[in-house]
Design a binder for this molecule. Structure first.
Ligand SMILES: [Zn+2]
Ligand SMILES: [Zn+2]
Ligand SMILES: [Zn+2]
Ligand SMILES: [Zn+2]
Length: 450
């Protein structure tokens, strides 16, 4: 190929973002092509909508496939360029006065033919510079793909952490109201304890907010350093063959380090402080054996309303449809105050509280979560979370161990949950007005079934 043809050929294979020969070329909806890394970085910077950097045409497809034909052509173009360049920049072996045209991967060095036959290289594999460089580019691209994926995962966790901070702050305000309600309703003489309790909450919440803030900051830095590394690798891939080969070892080591960074989400948990005399008070309203109707089989709870609601924690609420033990009261309460306790000790996943109606068929127990006051415990990725329904709300408090007390204050339109062993309030549905009968409800989910 003469040099004019080569130049025209190469111009056609130039990415308009980096002005280099295409690297892992992708073609977008408008027909224009770019290096995948250039486009990823460009789109990341300007977010949605994704438009073509050349013609501004909107691109809808989120996952871009490599344009294989173009990739083969760029390989040829780089080879032609390399043949041209190597001749002019060839490194000559001083011992043998021959061109160093081979790359030794084990030693990361360039060798001439006779050097490559020395005994110390006997067990190595040596390949022509251009082929070795193209193989390294492929290796880099693979690394870059996983770096980018990691960066995206980091972004996802970062968004969740930011959302969590927001919901946690909102929750603290609500928790204050729960505590005030608890003391005001039954312990008017415990003003001092209430005050201490609120102060402790304020202090603990402040510490957790700080942790969340620091974590968001740390993750933002990690995300940025991953992006920076991606950018460096992109630049590296565009370097001439010999330069690329000699820098390879360091770069791969650097990306290995980046892969070891693991984002650690904060799990905010407020302490539930004991309330003096709470148990005696609750015992005045004690009812035994409230759960009279039971069933054990493969049930799938109709979680539709919980799942479709705004999920402040970003956690999946998918019910696995495994074996569950479900129990509820035959009788419904329509007035008064009632307290009962339930033991959930061996279980990670459970639901308990009160609900209006329970409709059962062979395999489905349907609960309308709009007319239910329930506390859920769920284990996701080794982390427990507690939440209530209508609207779905994460309760950022320590998980109760053992017995849980349920207090239905029908007349005041309130439902509260207590950690019996700690003598503390887990959470409350604050006063509203009930206009329908409410039945006690319990569901213990697999894997631990009695
Ligand atoms: Zn480019
Ligand atoms: Zn375009
Ligand atoms: Zn030599
Ligand atoms: Zn060697």
């Amino acid at each position: 190929m003469d040099s004019d043809t080569l130049e025209t050929f190469q111009q056609e294979l130039t990415c308009s973002i980096c002005m280099n020969c295409f690297l892992d070329p992708v073609t977008i909806d408008c027909g224009h092509s770019f290096c995948r890394p250039c486009l990823s970085l460009c789109w990341e910077e300007y977010q949605t909508p994704r438009s073509c950097p050349e013609c501004r045409g909107i691109s809808e497809r989120p996952d871009l496939k490599t344009n294989i034909a173009l990739k083969r052509l760029t390989f040829l173009a780089r080879q032609a360029r390399a043949d041209h360049d190597h001749r002019s920049e060839e490194q000559i072996c001083e011992t043998h006065q021959e061109a160093r045209g081979l790359f030794c991967e084990a030693d990361q060095t360039l060798l001439c033919g006779p050097c490559s036959e020395r005994p110390e290289h006997a067990a190595h594999s040596h390949s022509p510079i251009h082929r070795a460089a193209e193989e390294s580019r492929e290796k880099f691209l693979k690394r870059m793909g996983s770096l980018w994926k990691k960066r995206e995962e980091m972004q996802l966790i970062l968004n969740q952490e930011a959302k969590k901070t927001w919901s946690f702050k909102k929750y603290v305000v609500l928790r204050k109201l729960m505590i005030k309600f608890e003391y005001q309703r039954r312990h008017p003489l415990l003003q001092e304890e209430e005050k201490l309790h609120l102060e402790a909450l304020k202090k603990e919440a402040k510490e957790i907010c700080l942790q969340l803030k620091e974590n968001v900051f740390r993750m933002t830095q990690q995300r940025e350093s991953l992006k920076e590394m991606y950018r460096k690798l992109t630049e590296m891939c565009h370097k001439p063959d010999t330069e690329l080969l000699q820098a390879m070892g360091n770069v791969l080591e650097m990306t290995n380090l980046a892969h070891m960074q693991k984002p650690q989400p904060v799990n905010p948990e407020l302490t539930c402080w004991p309330v003096t005399g709470i148990q005696d008070m609750l015992n005045n309203f004690r009812v035994d054996n409230v759960l009279t109707q039971t069933t054990i089989h493969h049930v799938s709870l109709d979680d539709a309303s919980v799942m479709s609601g705004d999920d402040p924690h970003g956690l999946s609420r998918q019910v696995d449809g495994g074996e569950s033990f479900v129990a509820w009261g035959a009788q419904a309460f329509t007035s008064g105050r009632h307290y009962w306790e339930l033991d959930v000790t061996p279980f990670s996943n459970w639901i308990l509280g009160v609900t209006k109606d329970i409709l059962t068929s062979d395999t489905i127990i349907h609960i309308n979560y709009e007319e239910a006051f329930l506390l859920f415990s769920e284990k996701v990725n080794d982390q427990y979370s507690l939440f209530t329904n209508s609207p779905p709300l994460v309760q950022f408090v320590k998980r109760p161990l053992g017995r849980i007390g349920v207090f239905l204050d029908y007349d005041n339109g309130a439902v509260s949950f207590y950690d019996v062993s700690r003598g503390s309030l887990i959470c409350s549905f604050l006063p509203s007005s009930f206009s329908y009968p409410l039945k006690p409800f319990l569901c213990l989910r697999s894997p631990l079934i009695i």
